[in-house]
Write a protein that binds this ligand. Structure first.
Ligand code: ATP
Ligand code: MG
Length: 328
């Protein structure tokens, strides 16, 4: 049994990419491991968000966690800002991180592009993420491919801390799936699908209505060869749809390629859309029951208490290692 931690930012409504790349794994992992799953709202404020929108997004994400199958009896589900130790350890780790290593983070480079006023929070974001992970003695971090670099930085910071002070932190490892780790944008299939994409046609939100999903997949960018085959480099659009279809129906990609070898893109896209709609339907139904319920609040209150107990105990040890205590 391993200790697991992961989180998703409530910057928008989670996408099919977040689900296939991360959340689906969360659900599988809770069966055999001790898992902490967090709505990482402190990471959301690295970009400017309307306060009501942020509150709504936080509830929506928590409800979707549950609707996708996270079970509060099996894992600890909570909101990051409610457990104050995250921000505290985040600062402590910021102090041992270097400007150079933070500047090399590709997410920072991507997200700060074309932005005149880059927030300092965006720059130190990975140190807060390291705190989230290290606070729970985490061994495995299930994430999409794009977060690999941040988990590597977390490992570096943990090793540095252990060497400089005491052996305090467990060194975590990223857990990245073979398929689904990088679902691509529907409008630009060489860019990853992202919930904060300004163009909503690029992503499928987990809460999109069936007709919206059908429309988005129908207009997904493909190529002009007319052949349905899996080739990420030369046919990124079709390969992305094949991957989505495969994961939505638990069918190997090779089997789909064989099945659609004489079909056209129109028929193929229709079937992909129906597969996604069918997969999301029960999740959406459960979501609507939960999102405004008192049950959701009770689960998050209990999650906060469980997370806080572990986090505060570990934080006290980490503070002591650093000398943030009066008495020897
Ligand atoms: P944002 O644009 O706000 O960063 P995001 O869609 O990247 O939104 P995050 O909250 O940053 O979402 O990431 C949550 C989890 O989803 C992470 O584990 C991340 O690696 C994973 N993830 C994000 N996008 C994809 C994707 N396109 N395919 C697979 N996994 C993804
Ligand atoms: Mg992201």
């Amino acid at each position: 049994m391993a200790k697991i931690f992961s989180g998703i930012k409530p910057t928008g409504v989670v996408t099919l990419g977040n689900y296939l790349g991360a959340m689906k794994q969360f659900v599988e992992l809770q069966e055999e491991h001790e898992a902490f799953y967090c709505v990482v709202d402190l990471h959301s404020i690295t970009v400017q968000l309307d306060r009501v929108e942020l509150m709504d997004n936080t509830r929506k994400l928590a409800a979707l966690y549950l609707a996708c199958g996270l079970d509060p009896e099996k894992s600890t589900i909570f909101v990051q800002s409610e457990v104050k130790a995250h921000a505290q350890l985040g600062w402590m780790l910021t102090c041992i991180a270097g400007m150079g290593e933070l500047s090399r983070m590709t997410q920072y480079k991507d997200k700060s592009q074309n932005s005149e006023n880059i927030g300092a929070g965006l720059f130190v974001y990975p140190t807060l993420m390291a705190a989230d992970i290290l606070l729970y003695g985490t061994e495995l971090v299930p994430v999409g491919d794009d977060q690999k670099q941040h988990v590597e930085l977390t490992r570096d910071l943990a090793e540095r801390f252990n060497k400089r002070y005491y052996e305090t932190f467990t060194i975590p490892e990223p857990l990245i799936q073979k398929e689904g780790a990088r679902i691509m944008s529907l409008t630009n299939p060489v860019k990853k699908m992202s919930k904060s994409d300004a163009n909503a046609k690029g992503f499928i939100s987990m809460l999109d209505e069936p007709n919206v999903i059908r429309k988005k997949i129908k207009s997904a960018v493909t190529d002009s060869s007319g052949v349905i085959s899996f080739d990420r480099e030369n046919k990124p659009g079709i390969s992305n749809l094949l991957e989505i279809y495969s994961l939505s129906t638990d069918t190997p990609i090779a089997e789909l390629v064989e099945r659609y070898k004489d079909s056209n893109y129109g028929t193929f896209k229709q079937d992909v859309a129906e597969a996604v709609v069918a997969m999301l339907e029960p999740i959406q139904n459960r979501y609507h029951e939960l999102v405004d319920s008192a049950e959701l609040d009770a689960i998050l209150d209990a999650g906060r208490e469980k997370a806080e107990a572990v986090a505060n105990k570990n934080l006290a040890k980490i503070e002591k290692a650093m000398g943030l205590n009066r008495k020897r």
